[in-house]
Design a binder for this molecule. Sequence first.
Ligand code: AHG
Ligand code: MN
Ligand code: MN
Length: 338
Amino acid sequence: MNRIVTLDEFIIQKQKDFAYASGELTGLLRDIGVAAKIVNREVNKAGLVNILGEDGSANATGDTVQKLDMYANEKLIDCLKNSGECCGIASEENESFIPIPSVESKNAKYVVVFDPLDGSSNIDVNVSVGTIFGIYRRISDVSGPCEMKDFLQKGTELVAAGYVIYGTSTILVYTTGRGVNGFTLDPTIGEFCLSHKDIKIPNRGQYYSVNQGYYLKFDVEMRRYIDYCSDLNLRLRYIGSMVSDIHRTLFQGGIFLYPNTRKYPQGKLRLLYECNPLAFVVEQAGGKAITTQLNRILDIEPSDLHERQTIVIGSPDMIDEMKEFVERYSVPAYTKAT
Ligand code: AHG
Ligand code: MN
Ligand code: MN
């Protein structure tokens, strides 16, 4: 029988891959693992206690907030504050970033961005939800508090990113830029155990994933591409939790799209908390992630903490094909002007 490798052991082993690693990133990743276990415990018993349903308020970008969102947000913030390795946090649920004073964080080098609970509209009906996180090295002076510029970094600057899916089993997937690995929570020992080593996304897959209900609100080239997927008899799968849809895409191949609609002219998904961390994971697994304007997600210079972007992400050959479609069917600029 193969010996179990826990997340903590794996993270420590991997620390040796980085020449000047001081253990700070290692500590931070472990603390995110601890927060994930706490959130998992609450998600699992959500039906038993009074934390289901909406809490009536709206988050920084106007979406209705579920109680469990707030719980997950608080737990992640608590764990990261206590970590001592993080000088600031930006969360989908908070209007501005939260600086962590240097007394607690001993001049820490990192900032963390996260979506504490992704797919929250699915909580009440027992469908998988997730947590998404990204870690950046701060660019402001370590002797002072963190600044906005530490958070508004391009995805290419991510030091680590990952997600946790609270599904039929709870799985944590992360990358530090040297491949992607997945860990399944063994509830009997309370540890994340290495279960998916060096994940590689298939070059193409049998699924396309988009909210087809918005079909008529998409641009013409996007509608053509979706028609093409349907002509190919690709199967439509759309859970409505980005983490879950991306998790399937990562393992089975396929393409996930969230284009602009009339309601969300810039796209719905948040660049910092959703698009960038998942684009980093998918690219590290051999996939691609671009906007519907065909720009690489990780190359976008963020201008706002809660900036939204369109996204097309998944198997590399399918993204290339989608790109060709858009180029072929886009209305040329001169025609648009007339
Ligand atoms: P969140 O629950 O963090 O607000 O994210 C929900 C997101 C994402 O998970 C999902 O892919 C998308 O919203 C679903 O949006 P639609 O219902 O518009 O398809
Ligand atoms: Mn989300
Ligand atoms: Mn969320």
